[in-house]
Design a protein around this ligand. Structure first.
Ligand SMILES: [Mn+2]
Length: 378
């Protein structure tokens, strides 16, 4: 394993997965506190006997060779909130959203490939010195000579690159995590689609633009990831942002600076989601777009629907508007990648009156179900 070629074989890729990923729910490292939450999820996914007999990892490893090859849509968890910054807690998003998905839709046809291993103090390997990287390799991989990445964004990028090489016709549904986790996923997706000769666009639902180029000197985080993704698009016009309302600048500032399109929440209300969707379809068709990636920050929704998130914002969309827009996009383009991020189940802002995290999870699982089903179709 110490020598990993640029394009690893299927078995090399599976060996990497077994090292830098975990069964669903295990990506959040716990010794005692929070262990019950993982047990609850794994009981549902693998059965109480497997959990009691410590058999979950063996079943998960077996599924990598048996179920993964025959699944069209693959679910991935990145339980990292190191790139967040106001209220963290999105590291529990993947575990809780999986539970609601299982509860609401037992027939959901998608394979869960598990979680990226997360050292909660790390974000990206480029911010680390050699000593730290070696120490973490020793902890995660039991050897300094296994030259695998150690930070969540770096592992996620390696995973997603390999995944698209190995399985060019499969689609990933990623559950975050703070929004920085979309950076490696979207980047690997865009690079793979370019290689395949597919014309793609990024549809980004969010209350915020995430278009800062740096935040307190850090270039990759929840508030900056989109600005660093734009260079990987065919042109800035291949990015459309929907639901924006919490920004230090006006819409014109962003559109002029980056050359993309925004639909702020108030414009979606004024025009109606149907008209907005048709405008986006026409725009993307004029660019000859064939496939789209949808990145969904749950705070795009009004805090009345999404209170369990790091930065809840009022004046936002109801679940209806994004659903109408996504449905129309789905009728016109193939959805070949998507994510649902920023669900922080244990966070509740003081102004939130509804029952949380149940409200947020219910809405997020309905939107996620739509995306997973859309991506499960050939
Ligand atoms: Mn965001």
């Amino acid at each position: 394993m110490s020598q990993i070629s640029k394009t690893p074989s299927r078995s090399e890729f599976l060996s990497k997965i077994k090292l830098y990923m975990t069964p669903p729910g295990d990506g959040v490292y716990t010794v005692h506190t929070g262990k019950d939450l993982k047990t609850r999820l794994q009981n549902k996914m693998y059965g109480p006997d497997a959990v009691k007999n410590n058999n979950v990892r063996a079943l998960w490893e077996e599924s990598l060779t048996k179920t993964l090859p025959i699944s069209k849509c693959v679910i991935l968890g990145i339980p990292s909130d190191c790139g967040g910054g106001i209220q963290r807690g999105a590291n529990w998003g993947p575990l809780y959203l999986r539970e609601s998905l299982i509860q609401s839709r037992e027939d959901l046809r998608a394979y869960d490939i598990g979680d990226i291993r997360v050292v909660p103090h790390l974000l990206h390997d480029k911010y680390l010195n050699e000593e730290t990287i070696n120490n973490v390799r020793l902890s995660l991989y039991k050897s300094e000579s296994i030259k695998l990445p150690v930070s969540p964004l770096s592992i996620a990028y390696d995973f997603a690159q390999n995944f698209h090489q190995q399985f060019p016709t499969k689609s990933l549904f990623m559950i975050g995590g703070d929004h920085s986790v979309s950076y490696p996923m979207v980047r690997a997706y865009l690079e793979a689609k370019k290689e395949q000769g597919k014309k793609v666009a990024l549809i980004h639902f969010d209350a915020h633009t995430d278009l800062s180029t740096e935040r307190m000197g850090i270039d990759l985080c929840f508030g900056t990831w989109t600005s660093h993704i734009i260079p990987f698009l065919e042109s800035p016009a291949h990015l459309v942002q929907i639901g924006i309302r919490a920004s230090g600048e006006e819409r014109g500032h962003w559109e002029k600076k980056f050359g993309h399109r925004q639909y702020w929440a108030n414009e979606v209300f004024q025009k109606g989601p149907g008209d907005v969707a048709h405008e986006i379809v026409e725009h993307l068709k004029s660019l000859n777009v064939e496939e789209i990636y949808i990145s969904f920050d749950i705070d795009c929704l009004d805090s009345e629907y999404a209170g369990a998130t790091g930065t809840p914002e009022t004046g936002g969309l109801s679940p209806h508007e994004p659903m109408v827009i996504m449905q129309t996009l789905f009728e016109n383009f193939k959805i070949s990648g998507s994510d649902m991020v920023e669900i922080a189940p244990m966070v509740k802002a003081p102004m939130i009156k509804q029952i949380e995290p149940e409200t947020t999870l219910l809405v997020a699982s309905a939107l996620s179900t739509f995306l997973i089903q859309a991506m499960g179709i050939d």
